[in-house]
Design a binder for this molecule. Structure first.
Ligand SMILES: CCCCC/C=C\C/C=C\C/C=C\C/C=C\CCCC(=O)SCCNC(=O)CCNC(=O)[C@H](O)C(C)(C)COP(=O)(O)OP(=O)(O)OC[C@H]1O[C@@H](n2cnc3c(N)ncnc32)[C@H](O)[C@@H]1OP(=O)(O)O
Length: 135
């Protein structure tokens, strides 16, 4: 879906424009596609947090229709940490800066070995990821 994300200090920002491939109701993005963008944005905070982790849960509030073919921005922030529990939040905004969806996610820190369960080699860039993680 052409989502582009970048780290900006301790915030993750990005842009996405949904098209017919993500359509739910006519002209409107499917909530699952919107959730994917929000989940990906908060997951990218794991680089900032230097902590390998996985989504345990994600709650999404759909505030307004996410219209196809309209450029949207996404921003994600960490709001707290309690041991292995990372509390992360993200918002999707339309070109008028109206919040169309927002998410609160709970991620749980895991060892890198967690990702080896799929049987695929881990990216070289991940080596050492988490070595300096707090908690
Ligand atoms: C240095 C260079 C760094 C380079 C990095 C480079 C690149 C990285 C780039 C970007 C990052 C991109 C990707 C990162 C990779 C993935 C992230 C993508 C996000 C996903 O797409 S990921 C897929 C969907 N996700 C899953 O596939 C998870 C499946 N699941 C499990 O694998 C387990 O379920 C797990 C591990 C979550 C927990 O299992 P566990 O055994 O470790 O922990 P346990 O159950 O004991 O719970 C401990 C405490 O968490 C509480 N707790 C647990 N679950 C809860 C829930 N759902 N709601 C509320 N509370 C919950 C308990 O109540 C307890 O709380 P308490 O301690 O207070 O009692």
């Amino acid at each position: 879906m052409g989502l582009r994300l970048r780290v900006d200090g301790d915030v993750v920002r990005g842009e996405v424009t949904f098209d017919r491939r993500q359509q739910g109701a006519p002209g409107i993005a499917h909530g699952g596609a919107v959730t994917t963008v929000l989940d990906d944005a908060v997951a990218s905070l794991l680089v900032v947090l230097e902590t390998p982790a996985v989504t345990a849960n994600i709650h999404v509030d759909f505030r307004a229709p996410t219209l196809l073919h309209h450029p949207m921005t996404v921003e994600a922030r960490a709001t707290g940490r309690d041991g292995r529990k990372l509390h992360l939040t993200a918002r999707l905004l339309d070109e008028r800066a109206t919040v169309v969806a927002e998410a609160q996610a709970l991620f749980l820190a895991v060892d890198l070995e967690h990702f080896a369960k799929g049987g695929e080699a881990l990216p070289e860039a991940w080596s050492g990821w988490g070595a300096n993680a707090p908690g």
